[in-house]
Design a protein around this ligand. Sequence first.
Ligand code: ATP
Ligand code: MG
Length: 259
Amino acid sequence: MGNEAIPSTHPRAQSLNIRHALIQGVKDGITADSGLIAHGRGEAFDYLLGERTHDFAEKAIIASAAALFTAKHPVISVNGNTAILCPKEMVEFSNMSSVPLEINLFYRTSGRIEKIADVLRKHGAKYVLGVNEEEQVELDGFDSYRRIVDRNGIEKADVVVVPLEDGDRTENLVRMGKTVVTIDLNPLSRTSIAANITVVDNILRFFPLLKKHYLSMTPERAKKILDEYDNKQVLQASLEAISTLWRDELVRKYDLFHQ
Ligand code: ATP
Ligand code: MG
């Protein structure tokens, strides 16, 4: 990810480069324009979290690895933001674990689905669902295009990973009895609150850690982790981090600048 206008010495270079990658994603028809606004909301929370993976997020990632490890039919839902932000790491995890990637879009057009599928295939994805019209079914209770799902993916899944998700769908998937894992930087979103496992972290940092913990999982460990996991406590810890992290940091930065 890079843009010639952004000097590598700029203190926010990485964040700016990611913005430009998403803008390019919109120009290429991969990301929806409203995906940029969703990203902005995520960025704001990432800033408040100090742009790093906290212990509470890693705990949720370990629980995600355990849920995927023990699932009969796991699936990862892919949208136009994740296809730009972390295609390589996401495909690597999917290929290694055989957990399929299902393209499932709020702003659905057949052109965008094909373009996202191309991105995933270019990165070597072996298991891509949501592309073949004949395999698609409609779920009850959904108003948006996200009701259209793959019969071999989200419809039959027991564990669904829905990064950067809209609250309506998360609530419906949970009501259907599925275990929902989300990656959402906003711990107050409807998605974060409704999900069974909420990773309050940037999707950019998620898949490498998921892979690490998945590789060291055993059936016994997975059961113990899931039995002991408390999502409410994870969400509370994330709010505490947001409110305490900046107290000292603000004073430090202010004094440094004004000395
Ligand atoms: P909800 O519908 O759940 O109440 P919302 O309407 O505020 O949430 P949506 O646009 O539906 O937001 O969902 C996008 C979510 O993805 C937001 O909560 C945003 O914070 C989060 N998000 C955006 N970019 C990232 C990212 N890179 N990593 C993790 N989360 C992100
Ligand atoms: Mg929403």
